[in-house]
Write a protein that binds this ligand. Structure first.
Ligand code: XBP
Ligand code: MG
Length: 263
């Protein structure tokens, strides 16, 4: 089987979650009496740092001058992130976020074809559980052969570690799998693990350099929201990315050829 596993990033790829994360961060700052408020523009820049706790630490390093205040706030990072995670999970559990177009369709097609599914994310495990339950119901978590996320690896994206962990758990070689991402950090992580990578950017990542993606699409498409037709390709007519079309495209342009081109 040319595509034995699909490995999905979570935030921005499965669903447009970063606005909910941003609101949860600001709620946590407010509840803990910390006078920060991350605007969308500030948050877009902070997304270059993967991991919420690391993001807070980066903000402290960039904006807090006094050594004592820096130490005080650094000591609060776990508590801030815990409050933020609770708030984020309440937002997601309340239906604030839905899966992006085509995600559930492609997952179901792949599973019907005997293809494994996995998660490879920087986000906190509780966030993944909340999102999968809210969007796929009680069966959601069981659709995945493995969920690799959060602090299970020390080096977060763009390091390849989380993808390598997911592949080892699945028992699948990188050349037999496909990664789905939304950001440059994620693309670098997936390529670093040797994975053919589909990138579907969003408002937070559209300005990033995603040109090295093996397949770059605005989204995965659905009968209700087809992709714009691509002249001269199998997606000539407005359509959506199917599991069969994905396998065909990967077979046509394997990672090794593209890696040699860009080397
Ligand atoms: C995106 C991230 C995460 C989220 C916030 O993860 O970098 O840090 O922005 O979640 P991915 P946490 O795109 O790899 O799914 O606060 O739980 O880190
Ligand atoms: Mg992402």
């Amino acid at each position: 089987m040319s595509v034995a596993a699909l490995l999905f990033d979570v935030d921005g790829t499965l669903a447009d979650t970063e606005e909910a994360h941003r609101l949860a961060f600001n709620d946590a700052f407010d509840r803990l009496g910390i006078g920060w408020n991350w605007t969308p523009d500030v948050y877009r820049g902070l997304l270059d740092v993967t991991g919420g706790k690391q993001r807070i630490a980066a903000w402290i390093a960039a904006t807090v001058t006094g050594a004592a205040e820096r130490a005080r706030l650094t000591g609060m990072i776990p508590a801030i992130h815990e409050v933020k995670t609770q708030r984020y999970n309440a937002l997601v559990g309340g239906g604030a976020v839905s899966l992006r177009e085509g995600v559930q369709r492609l997952m179901e097609e792949a599973r019907s074809a005997g293809c494994l599914l996995a998660i490879a994310s920087t986000t906190t495990p509780a966030n993944v559980d909340a999102l999968l339950r809210a969007t796929l119901g009680s069966r959601g978590i069981g659709m995945f052969g493995t969920i690799a996320c959060g602090d299970e690896v020390t080096r977060k994206k763009p390091a390849p570690d989380i993808y390598e962990l997911a592949l080892v758990r699945l028992g699948v070689a990188p050349e037999d799998a496909v990664a789905f991402e939304d950001s440059r950090n994620g693309l670098l992580a997936a390529h670093g693990a040797g994975l053919w990578t589909v990138v579907t950017p969003n408002v937070w990542t559209a300005s990033q350099d995603l040109s090295d993606a093996d397949l770059l699409l605005p989204h995965l498409g659905d009968p209700g929201r087809p992709l714009p037709g691509e002249p001269g390709t199998a997606l000539e007519e407005a359509a959506w990315l199917t599991y069969v079309e994905l396998a065909r495209r990967k077979a046509c342009r394997p990672r090794t050829e593209r890696a040699m081109e860009s080397a």
